[in-house]
Write a protein that binds this ligand. Structure first.
Ligand SMILES: [Zn+2]
Ligand SMILES: [Zn+2]
Length: 338
């Protein structure tokens, strides 16, 4: 089968690899669509996982139901939770499978083969049948939607809250969408790329977009929020953005760190102390949040297809990665049709 693999720093290549075989246990899925995730862009920029097939936001049709032969049929549309919890560690035993201490050992598309290819062999307990009202395009959005849902859950956004989102990439926009659904009365976004800022306004999930590079940014945010935000969902993971959230929260406000930065980020702890801010990190999602995302998409509570700019084939992935990291591209989501 054809697959896209990492070939080096900022280098992908289309190659032939062995097609996974039905083994009576794994569910063999023919990949229909797969999303390009921000974490894929990071792995591509680092280029150290040479040979890896990325792709963890995908859907497809069942070719062989394996262990699920009593509940799944050939041709059923499915998506897969890209998790590989061990089931044995302390976190797994407490139901926190997204915090599995062994979870990164063979995580699809991160440390094990993913879905930038034609076929994928899935762990049966991670397979979810798709409702008819969730399209293939929407199905590629379930995973990032679940990431944002968890951030809003952990932030505890309440009706009437004022929410600040930093970073207008797909996770930032989805956080804004969930915050609105949760009842936020005012949502501000900070974004450095003017094309993305424009797109975010167009999407309508945020009330106002502020230039992340504006020297008066904090002053403007404090005025707009009438003295400070209840919550900040930090999705940019760079020092200026994190410090903006700390400076713009109200006394006792809550900061949820959603963005990932592999390097240390210098922040002013003084304001956290003086304002008694609450700071929380979030990673991934619980399986329930993944399932809730499917359910709420099926009911059209959250609409995600609108975030997808375009679809490329396996041959177009290198170019899509270059566009997405160019810094002046309006696209927040590109999907692949293998
Ligand atoms: Zn992802
Ligand atoms: Zn575990």
């Amino acid at each position: 089968m054809k697959a896209v693999t990492i070939a080096g720093k900022k280098q992908l290549k289309v190659t032939e690899t062995e097609t996974p075989k039905a083994d009576g246990s794994k569910v063999l899925v023919e990949v229909a669509k797969v999303g390009i995730c921000g974490s894929d862009l990071h792995m591509w920029e680092n280029g150290d996982r040479v040979g890896l097939i990325m792709g963890h936001e995908f859907c497809g049709k069942v070719v062989d139901p394996g262990a699920l032969k009593d509940t799944l049929n050939v041709g059923d549309r499915v998506t897969v939770l890209p998790l590989n919890p061990c089931g044995e560690c302390i976190n797994c035993k407490h139901g926190k499978v997204n915090n599995c201490v062994n979870g990164l050992a063979a995580s699809p598309g991160i440390t094990a083969p993913g879905a930038y290819t034609e076929f994928f062999a899935a762990r049966p307990d991670m397979v979810r049948k798709l409702p008819d009202t969730v399209s293939d395009d929407e199905a590629t959005m379930i995973e990032p939607t679940a990431v944002a849902l968890r951030a809003v859950h952990l932030g505890g956004v309440q009706p009437g809250d004022k929410v600040l989102v930093t970073g207008g990439g797909i996770i930032g926009l989805l956080c804004a969408a969930w915050a609105r659904i949760a009842g936020a009365s005012y949502i501000a976004l900070t974004e450095a790329n003017p094309k993305r800022a424009e797109k975010a306004l167009e999407m309508g999930d945020v009330d106002e977009v502020f230039d992340a590079k504006d020297e008066e940014l904090v002053k403007k945010l404090l005025t707009a929020s009438k003295g400070g935000f209840d919550q900040a969902l930090e999705c940019a993971a760079v020092a200026p953005a994190v410090n903006t959230t700390i400076q713009s929260l109200k006394y006792g406000g809550k900061l949820v760190l959603v963005g990932v930065n592999y390097s240390p980020v210098p922040v002013s702890t003084l304001l956290i102390v003086l304002r008694e801010l609450e700071v929380k990190g979030t990673i991934g999602y619980a399986p329930e949040e993944f399932d809730q995302s499917i359910e709420l998409m099926a009911k059209k509570v959250i609409e995600t297809e609108r975030f997808i700019s375009r679809t490329v084939g396996l041959d177009g992935v290198q170019d899509a990665f270059e566009q997405l990291t160019s810094g002046d591209n309006p696209d927040v989501k590109i999907i692949i049709q293998p």
